[in-house]
Design a protein around this ligand. Structure first.
Ligand SMILES: [Zn+2]
Length: 182
């Protein structure tokens, strides 16, 4: 199905060139473009809001960015879909070698430029994956949670009873044997 995109943003860019142009890339990317992220989502519908500012900051080629999205994941309590607001921000210094890492002011994270063009998709995706909460559950008590839990408790009790039975049987046998001995 063809969806209407508000604006078509580039998927890759030469980050150094963007700094020279003092460019800001701002808009949305369809969630469907992020394959790795898609693996942890229940739906790839919707958009990721992105703002990337390429600029020179205290003499350092830098990329400051913000990403956010409303993502549909599985509630880890009731296993039903739950929406979660994910956002992240970052401040990268664009460096050409690892030797430059140590020279950076503390406020920057290093971003190693390995090719001429960099993937904006990968960068945004990494940030979203890093920003995903470890555990997502419904804010209010999950409607299905209690019944699921009751079911789990029943199963556990049943398993325990079954596990008890061999001992009960053994005990009965022992009693029977001692009665016979008397
Ligand atoms: Zn839930």
């Amino acid at each position: 199905m063809q969806t209407q995109l508000p604006t078509e943003l580039p998927e890759t860019a030469n980050f150094v060139r963007q700094v020279e142009l003092n460019r800001t890339i701002e808009g949305v990317y369809p969630i469907a473009k992020f394959a790795r992220l898609g693996e942890v989502l229940l739906s790839d519908e919707g958009f990721v809001t992105v703002k990337l500012e390429f600029t020179r900051s205290v003499g350092i080629a830098s990329l400051r960015g913000k990403v956010s999205a409303q993502l549909l994941v599985e509630c880890q309590r009731c296993l039903k879909p739950v929406e979660t607001e994910v956002s992240g921000s970052f401040k990268f210094a664009l460096v050409h070698s690892e030797d430059e890492f140590d020279l950076l002011p503390e406020e920057f994270e290093p971003y190693l430029l390995e090719d001429e063009e960099q993937s904006i998709i990968d960068l945004v995706e990494d940030e979203l994956l890093l920003s995903l909460p470890m555990v997502t559950i419904h804010q209010e008590a999950c409607s299905e949670f209690m019944s699921n839990q009751n079911e789990a408790v029943k199963t556990a009790i049943k398993a325990e009873k079954e596990a008890e039975n061999p001992f009960a049987a053994l005990k009965a046998l022992k009693e029977e044997l001692s009665n016979k001995a008397n």
